[in-house]
Design a binder for this molecule. Structure first.
Ligand SMILES: Nc1ncnc2c1ncn2[C@@H]1O[C@H](COP(=O)(O)OP(=O)(O)OP(=O)(O)O)[C@@H](O)[C@H]1O
Ligand SMILES: [Mg+2]
Length: 259
C-alpha cells in the first residue's frame, strides 16, 4: 500500500512554546486513523502544519512523496487533501446546500473568483454535484436543512454540514478535526461508520482527531496515533492503545484534571 501522508520530525514553536515537538507518522492508502491526545497537546497544530496553514519550525511533510512543507493551503488541497477545522467555518450567509457546492474557506486559491467559478464545468456536472450534495445530506440525516441558512444552524448541525462539505470534492486524504464534537452519541457513531464505509469502498485515507478515547477505541479505526505534550506517545491498533501503560497514565492524568 502506498504512503499518502508522511510527517517527519515535525516541530512547531510559538515563541517560547513548543506546541509540536518531534512528530513522525505515516498514513497509507485506504487507512482510517485516529489522532488523539489531551487538550493542548498539539493535534490541531499538527493539522495546521500539514495543510499549509502554518509554517513548521522544522521537519517535513510529504503527500504522495511530494514535499509540501512550503506549499500554500490551496496548493496542498489541489493534491487531493481536504481538511476541516475544529471551529466550523461555514459560509454563514449561504444555505446548507450552497455551502456544499462551493469550496471551503482557507482552501481556495488566492484568486477566489477563479476558484468559485471553476466549478461546475458543465450543466451535467452541476446536476451531478447537486445530486451528490443531497445524497450526502441524506446520509448525515439533515436533508430537511438543505435550504436553511448556515447562520441558523446549531453547533452540532454546523459540524454535520462541514463533514458533508469535506466529502464533496472526493478527496484522497481527508483530515477531520474533531468532527463529531457536540454531535449526539448515536449520530456520531453513525458518522464514524459512514466514514469507515467510505474508506473501505473508495480507498481514500482519513485522519480524524477525536478527544474522547473511549469513543474512538470503539469506532473501527485501523490505527490510533496518541499524542501527549507535543509528542507522539504511541501508534498502534485500538487494542494496543487500550493496553498501553503510558497511554493509560496520560489519560487518567488528564481525566483527573478535568474533573
Ligand atoms: N496560533 C497559535 N499561537 C500561539 N499558540 C498556539 C497557537 N495555536 C496553538 N497554540 C498553542 O499550542 C498548543 C497546542 O495547541 P493545539 O490547538 O494544537 O492543541 P490540540 O491538541 O488541538 O488541543 P484541543 O484538544 O484543545 O483542541 C497549545 O498550548 C496552544 O495554546
Ligand atoms: Mg485542537
Amino acid at each position: 500500500m502506498s504512503t499518502v501522508l508522511k510527517v517527519e520530525n515535525l516541530r512547531k514553536e510559538f515563541g517560547g512554546l513548543v506546541a509540536v515537538k518531534d512528530v513522525s507518522f505515516e498514513i497509507k492508502e485506504g487507512e482510517f486513523v485516529g489522532l488523539i491526545g489531551p487538550n493542548g497537546c498539539g493535534k490541531s497544530t499538527t493539522f495546521n502544519c500539514i495543510s499549509g496553514l502554518l509554517n513548521q519550525t522544522s521537519g517535513r511533510v510529504e503527500i504522495y512523496g511530494k514535499d509540501v512543507s512550503n506549499m500554500r493551503p490551496d496548493q496542498i488541497h489541489s493534491l487531493g487533501m481536504t481538511r476541516t477545522f475544529q471551529h466550523t467555518r461555514l459560509w454563514r450567509e449561504m444555505t446548507v446546500i450552497e455551502n456544499l457546492l462551493v469550496p471551503p474557506r482557507k482552501q481556495l486559491s488566492p484568486n477566489i473568483f477563479k476558484s468559485l467559478f471553476k466549478f461546475p464545468q458543465s450543466r451535467h456536472e452541476e446536476s451531478l454535484r447537486l445530486e451528490k450534495a443531497h445524497a450526502i445530506l441524506e446520509e448525515l440525516e439533515v436533508p430537511h436543512m438543505a435550504h436553511n441558512l448556515a447562520s441558523e444552524l446549531s453547533g452540532g448541525q454546523s459540524k454535520l454540514v462541514d463533514i458533508g462539505r469535506s466529502r464533496m470534492g472526493s478527496p484522497n486524504l481527508l483530515l477531520l478535526d474533531e468532527p463529531v464534537a457536540g454531535v449526539a452519541g448515536p449520530l456520531a457513531m453513525k458518522i464514524f461508520n459512514n466514514l469507515r464505509k467510505t474508506v473501505d469502498e473508495t480507498g481514500i485515507s482519513i485522519l480524524i482527531i477525536e478527544h474522547n478515547m473511549d469513543f474512538i477505541l470503539r469506532q473501527g479505526v485501523d490505527r490510533i496515533i496518541v499524542m501527549n505534550e507535543g509528542e507522539v506517545l504511541m501508534i498502534g491498533t485500538p487494542d494496543e492503545v487500550k493496553s498501553n501503560k503510558a497511554v493509560i497514565e496520560a489519560y487518567l492524568g488528564s481525566a483527573g484534571e478535568e474533573e
